[in-house]
Unconditional design. Structure first.
Length: 205
C-alpha cells in the first residue's frame, strides 16, 4: 500500500540565527541605541539628526538616520496622516530601528510622532534599555516662522488636513531622556548635548 505525502503547505521551520546581538555589538565596537527625536514640524528634528549622524560616523560609531524622506517614500508610502496611519507609521519605524539595533547600529529617528501612546509603543518595540526619547522643543509660533516647506501656511489655508499643531494635536513628552530647546540653543549646542549622551550610552562596558 502506497502512502501519499502531504504536499499542501510547505514545512516552515523557525530560523535560528548563529550570530547574537552581543556579537554584532562587539563587531561594531558599540552598544546600539535608538535616538528618537520628537517634536513639531520645523522644530529642528531632521537638522539635529543629520548633524548627529555626521558626528557619530566621524567618531567611528556606525549609525543610520530615519526620517520622512526615506520612510514616507518607501516603507510607509502607502500611509496617510490620520491617527491610525500615524500609529502604523510609528510602528514600522520602531520595527526598523529595532532591527538596526539588532544589527549593531545606532538608529536616529526624526519624526513628529505626536502621540504619547505611539512613542510608548515605539519604546516597547525597540526596548527601553536602547531607547532615548528626545523632545526637540520649540514654540509653535517659532516653528511657523521657520516653516521651510511652507507646510504651516498650507495647513492654515486648509490645504493639509490633520496637520500637527494646527488641526491635529501634539502631546508633549512627559518624561523624555532629553529636552532640546531649539529656540534658545544653537544647533551646535544641541548636537553637542546629543552627541555626548549617545557616546556615553554606546560605550561598551
Amino acid at each position: 500500500m502506497m502512502h501519499r505525502m502531504n504536499v499542501g503547505k510547505p514545512l516552515v521551520l523557525p530560523i535560528v540565527g548563529k550570530v547574537s546581538a552581543r556579537e554584532r555589538a562587539t563587531l561594531m565596537a558599540q552598544r546600539p541605541v535608538t535616538v528618537w527625536l520628537t517634536g513639531l514640524s520645523a522644530a529642528g528634528k531632521s537638522t539635529l539628526a543629520s548633524e548627529l549622524e555626521r558626528r557619530l560616523v566621524d567618531a567611528g560609531r556606525p549609525c543610520y538616520m530615519l526620517d520622512g524622506d526615506n520612510i514616507r517614500t518607501g516603507i510607509s508610502r502607502d500611509l496617510g496622516f490620520g491617527p491610525d496611519d500615524r500609529h502604523e507609521n510609528i510602528r514600522r519605524i520602531a520595527e526598523v530601528a529595532r532591527l538596526m539595533n539588532e544589527a549593531g547600529l545606532v538608529a536616529i529617528t526624526a519624526f513628529i510622532s505626536p502621540y504619547r501612546a505611539d512613542r510608548a509603543m515605539a519604546r516597547e518595540v525597540v526596548g527601553a534599555e536602547r531607547f532615548i526619547e528626545v523632545h526637540v522643543a520649540a514654540p509653535l509660533e517659532v516653528c511657523e516662522r521657520r516653516d521651510p516647506k511652507g507646510l504651516y501656511a498650507k495647513a492654515r489655508r486648509g490645504e493639509i488636513p490633520d496637520f500637527t499643531g494646527v488641526s491635529a494635536p501634539y502631546e508633549t513628552p512627559e518624561s523624555p531622556e532629553m529636552v532640546l530647546e531649539t529656540a534658545q540653543a544653537s544647533v551646535e549646542q544641541c548636537v553637542l548635548q546629543l552627541f555626548d549622551a549617545v557616546m556615553a550610552r554606546t560605550r561598551l562596558a
